[in-house]
Design a protein around this ligand. Sequence first.
Ligand code: ZN
Length: 267
Amino acid sequence: MKLLTAENGVKYLVSELLRAPHAFATRVGGLSEAPHTASLNLAFGRGDGDSTVIENLRLFGEAAGFAPESVISLPQIHSDRVLTVGVVDCGEGYFRATDRACDGYVTSERGVTLGVKTADCVPILLEARDENGQTCAVSAIHSGWRGTAQRIVARGVEGLVGLGATPDRIFAAIGPCIGGHCYEVDSDCRAALEAVNRGRGCIADGKNSKYFPDLAALNRLILLDCGLPEGNIDVCGLCTHCEGELFYSHRRQKGLRGTQLSVIFMP
Ligand SMILES: [Zn+2]
């Protein structure tokens, strides 16, 4: 992945693997002024006024090339719920109130931007191509440890397959998240994630019944289990907990933090 800086100052990451326009936001380049949200907070309810969040979304859209009004991003609930959405859903979550919640989206409709919010959890962007190499559907997934244990990214792949894709033509970019070295969990969490890991080396043992799961690597395993070729999966590798200049981190900031947005859109 590459870290880019737009003319307006917004820093964001893109994957060389994806052809569909997409971006993983950092915390750099927005208007949020509180120490814990400075400066590109993209979620309501974290301490910024709503108008600041919307202005940050405009700046991010200007930088990455999407229309803010085209974004759908609903409240997230650490579920495995993936919605199929379309143009009628654009704006829901930012510009229109919603009574829905989910942790992922798929769409095949042009002009729709899918957005997932994270601050240590794993943002995953998926692109399906047709036999001519054209993007035919996209997906965005929010996968924390609960989502990973429920294999939500597999629900995203299934959603794309339901729209006509085949796993060998699905491409995935796993964005910045908390790294395994920084993510200590207890035995309950480990047990839930071991069902995904199955001894494949993505959960390290710590001391005193603590464990260190690598959420990005576990989501990569799920994608491989879904039939994606290894070369179709790009892993960012940056740790939100270590890289405090670039990212908000729920753990490092003890919950008092802003939120990154990751987007992908149908061109
Ligand atoms: Zn780290």
